[in-house]
Design a protein around this ligand. Sequence first.
Ligand SMILES: [Cu+2]
Length: 96
Amino acid sequence: MLKKSIMALVMAAAAITVSAKELKVVTLTPEPRMTCENCEKRIKGNIRFEKGVKKVETDLKNQTITVTYDSDKTDLKKIEEAFSKLKFKVKEVEKK
Ligand SMILES: [Cu+2]
């Protein structure tokens, strides 16, 4: 009986470890600037499908792009490459 519950605990802990992915959030600023909704749509529509990318948010007013990604599957360099395919050079915004 005790053995069984210990096993269950161990398995639950393992499941948590597996699902706890290394999600990272990076805020980027593009060059050239995003000038309209179409730029935002183009960025979101493409970057969203990059491997490991979980979420893309754009802010036209502040010229920022926030990307949430799984660091097990991709990294900042690959995300930058994906942007360069869209003719945007991105720079990480300093965290305050
Ligand atoms: Cu545009």
